[in-house]
Design a protein around this ligand. Structure first.
Ligand SMILES: *Cc1c(COP(=O)(O)O)cnc(C)c1O
Length: 419
């Protein structure tokens, strides 16, 4: 593994060289800790794998939207793929130029479209005829031309969990290529004086561990783009989305080289500018969630390790049945039996991991939930009136707070009591 989250000579887990147990003691738990070096390395390795094509990489902000992380990636040349007006504000606050922002998503509001056009975002990926009508009317009223690409649905099953699959015809995503629907709409936007056609986009889903679905989707995209060009239409950009998966077992790095080779084989020398929207494969392996064992409780046939981290801190296991490695931050000990690692939330679905072979975990000692850098902190909630965990990043030998731990006072201050 090339990541910067590893064991030191004495067996202690470290993040960019700083010990997890010491960070937990200093900042408290639950605590998200990221490796700045890791983010930089993942982003630059991804980008380098595309050096044979004309690539623009727009980091998918929703995977981990901490402004400090966006800013670090911006310093490496990253643009942003956003899915809301809120994410646009974050990207701009982090110093990502508007023309390097791509606005994706099926349900943009008029206010969001207006804000995006007002800021001058580089590309809006539209997903329906109705949305295009709104974009066109707003651009007309603002007396400008909206840069629009069409997100097409090429009906490819990405083979990942159903809640993170977007490529099939049965999902809400994209405009079907079937029956010429996408081609018809593309001709319409080319004829629309309020729109500058920017090209086509696909994003078939997330956590793809097999490259075959990418190949099918990209070939289908190229075919429709070439046929539109053959009609004389301007199709400058093909946006290939995100979705490259990671190894949650922790045995290997994302295969950026194989992905880059696939893209190069399909698109090199075809005359398209290519866009990319990686999220998980940049962020996931570069963060951990540190939690503390509150109590160990013996159940009927296994232990429950009850930690101060819960589904409100990391919902992926509950929402997607996702697997995250969970390890003591101290030197590894031999496993003594099966355990569920659960939180204090009053839901049976509140677990970080089930049926794990675990060593004895003393009360008060700390566990690391691995590969938690993507779709972790961004999905935190206050369920059970649990304030959000703090997020810190280690970079160049120093720990920096990205977001301080929220307090119950913070939460209560946001409410009104009308009675
Ligand atoms: C979520 C999303 C991404 C990022 O997906 P990853 O699997 O995190 O790489 C990219 N593009 C779009 C349109 C998305 O919705």
């Amino acid at each position: 593994m090339m990541n910067d989250i590893l064991r030191d000579a004495s067996g202690h887990l470290t993040i960019s060289g700083m010990r997890a147990d010491e960070l937990a003691a200093q900042y408290g738990t639950p605590l998200y800790v990221y490796s700045g070096e890791g983010f930089v390395r993942s982003f630059t390795t991804f980008t380098k794998s595309l050096s044979e094509v004309d690539a623009r990489v727009h980091y998918a902000v929703k995977a981990n939207s901490a402004i400090g992380i966006l800013s670090l990636l911006a310093s490496c040349g990253a643009g942003a793929d956003i899915v809301s007006g809120g994410e646009m504000r974050r990207a701009l606050a982090a110093g990502i130029p508007a023309d390097k922002i791509v606005f994706s998503g099926v349900g943009k509001t008029d206010d969001e479209i207006r804000a995006a056009l007002g800021e001058g975002v580089g590309q809006i990926n539209a997903e329906s005829a109705a949305e295009i009508a709104h974009i066109s009317a707003i651009a007309n009223a603002m007396n400008l031309q909206a840069p629009v690409a069409l997100r097409v649905n090429v009906n490819v099953d990405p083979g990942s969990h159903k809640k993170i699959s977007t490529g099939q015809r049965s999902t809400k995503f994209g405009i079907p290529v079937e029956d010429g629907e996408a081609a018809h709409l593309y001709r319409e936007i080319c004829a629309n004086p309020h729109i500058i056609p920017r090209g086509l986009a696909v994003h078939i889903g997330s956590q793809l561990r097999n490259l075959a679905p990418f190949e099918m989707a990209y070939q289908a995209l190229l075919e429709i783009a070439d046929s539109l060009r053959a009609e004389g239409l301007d199709v400058p950009i093909l946006d290939l989305g995100g979705g490259l998966g990671i190894d949650y077992e922790g045995d290997s790095d994302p295969d950026f080289a194989a992905y880059g080779a696939l893209v190069t084989r399909i698109f090199a020398n075809r005359g398209y500018q290519l866009g990319f929207e990686p999220g998980r494969c940049i962020a996931a392996d570069n963060g951990v969630l540190l939690v503390t064992n509150l109590y160990t409780k013996q159940g009927e046939d296994k232990r429950f390790i009850i930690t101060d981290g819960a589904m409100n801190d990391l919902i992926r296991p509950t929402l997607y049945e996702s697997y995250h490695r969970i390890e003591p931050v101290g030197p590894q000990q031999t496993a003594t039996g099966i355990a569920d690692i659960v939180g204090p939330v009053c839901e049976t679905g509140d677990y970080l991991g089930t049926d794990r072979m675990m060593p004895d975990v003393p009360e008060g000692s700390c566990l690391a939930v691995m590969s938690a850098g993507a779709y972790g902190a961004v999905m935190m909630s206050n369920y059970n009136t649990r304030p959000e965990a703090a997020e810190i990043i280690i970079y160049q030998g120093q720990a920096h707070i990205l977001r301080p731990r929220r307090t119950v006072d913070d939460l209560i201050a946001l409410e009104d009591n009308p009675f």
